[in-house]
Design a protein around this ligand. Structure first.
Ligand code: MG
Length: 407
């Protein structure tokens, strides 16, 4: 059987690059997009190549970044503009295939197996189109599966194309550290080290049963990845990831210190999710809460719901209970994401329990929102999204996928 031709396109320093398109005087300067840019306690959300070279890292406090790189230009994020640029990128990808699967705002897989042009030519055309039409650079990986295509896009940047062929992939891939593999996070990497496994090649050569005994099902997936056996398809535009979950998260500009603060943020996050679920005609049978603590370590938990819902209030309540039960607060929380998972078609729209209780409840929510704004800045919550829940929104046609809020 003929191998698939999968591309993975990754925009280089996406936020900072978009900012440079908007304001060309930033070109050639070290730029960081930061939450609460006016405040020295804000944190770095993204950085340009030059800032990166000076040691600036995502998640670092503004003042630390500034100390490492005194000439750093700090600017606030413009999420709407990033989403618009992301959609323009997707329009370019859609010229080649209807199999375009976003991974975050600035990365996409494309399956171009059926296209008459060779993958290498398409990759070069994408690179040229991103630069010529939009003004940003991308790195493109080409391979016979999604995992290696993504590895390829990481190998040479910016503005480059890397191909990993089945013939010889072992020479390219097996010397890389396991942490380069998709979904191999820090705690998995640590567990692999206890087995004496450091490189992807060592993972591939290790007996599968031993990996599974330590890492379970996830271990089997990673072992397959390492051996070039990933056969997951690239989702079609509008299907796939979006149908699996609808999530929303923020990186807090000041750490969350306790359950009360986290609860308020979760409540705010679910307003957007509830609205999206109703627009898509979906309801959730579960919630997932993902935490990034102030050591930048991820934790994630899921919980099934007793009754499926598309109500913001129900989702917030479930998310809050889950977090309360599972998170020990050894460290403050830097970023928090809530996702509605196990989605299914909704029948009748649910009662809007959160806002059904009249004036008093609405005021309480507004008060909570004000508190968040004080702590996380004006942009952290949009009043329209929140108060829009008073009435059922018109179902609006959605762009292919709003990747920032869809996991
Ligand atoms: Mg990128």
């Amino acid at each position: 059987m003929k191998d698939r031709a999968i591309l993975h396109s990754d925009a280089n320093a996406f936020y900072a690059s978009v900012e440079t398109v908007l304001n060309p005087s930033l070109k050639g300067r070290a730029v960081a997009v930061c939450g609460a840019a006016e405040n020295r306690h804000g944190i770095v959300l993204a950085k340009s190549e030059l800032a990166k070279r000076a040691g600036v890292k995502t998640g670092m406090a503004n003042w630390q970044a500034k100390r490492l790189c005194p000439e750093l230009v700090i600017i606030p994020p413009h999420h709407d503009v990033y989403a618009k640029f992301s959609r323009r990128m997707h329009e370019i990808y859609a010229r080649y295939t209807d199999r375009v699967e976003p991974y975050g705002l600035d990365e996409c897989w494309l399956d171009v197996s059926d296209h008459p042009k060779p993958a290498r030519v398409i990759a070069e055309e994408l690179r040229a189109a991103a630069k010529g039409e939009i003004g940003i650079t991308v790195s493109v990986g080409i391979s016979f599966n999604k995992v290696f295509a993504k590895l390829g896009s990481d190998m040479k940047k910016p503005d480059a194309v890397t191909e990993i062929l089945r013939d010889g992939f072992k020479d390219t891939v097996w010397k890389l550290p396991c942490s380069d593999l998709l979904y191999c996070g820090r705690s998995t990497t640590e567990k692999l080290k206890t087995l004496g496994i450091f490189t992807i090649g060592e993972l591939a050569a290790h007996p599968l049963e031993k990996i599974v005994s330590v890492l379970g099902k996830n271990g089997e997936t990673l072992w397959k990845y390492a051996n070039g056996l990933d056969d997951s398809p690239v989702a079609k535009i509008g299907e796939g990831e979006q149908a699996k979950s609808v999530g929303h998260g923020i990186t807090c500009v000041a750490d969350l210190e306790n359950m009360e603060e986290a609860g308020v943020v979760l409540l705010a996050l679910t307003q957007d999710i509830g609205q999206k679920l109703r627009a898509l005609g979906l309801q959730a049978r579960g919630v997932q809460v993902t935490v990034r603590d102030n050591d930048l370590e991820f934790h994630s938990w899921q919980q099934l719901l007793a009754v499926p819902t598309q109500c913001a209030g129900d989702l917030a309540k479930a998310g809050t209970e889950l977090l309360k039960m599972r998170y020990g607060w050894e460290k403050p929380i830097r970023a928090l994401t809530l996702s509605a998972i196990h989605l299914e078609d909704a029948g009748e729209p649910c009662q809007l329990s959160l806002f059904g209780g009249g004036e008093g409840k609405l005021r309480k929510v507004e008060g909570a929102v004000d508190k968040i704004r004080q702590k996380f800045g004006e942009d952290s919550i949009k009043p329209a999204a929140l108060l829009g829940d008073n009435k059922l929104p018109e179902p609006t046609p959605r762009p292919a996928s709003p990747p920032s809020s869809t996991t």
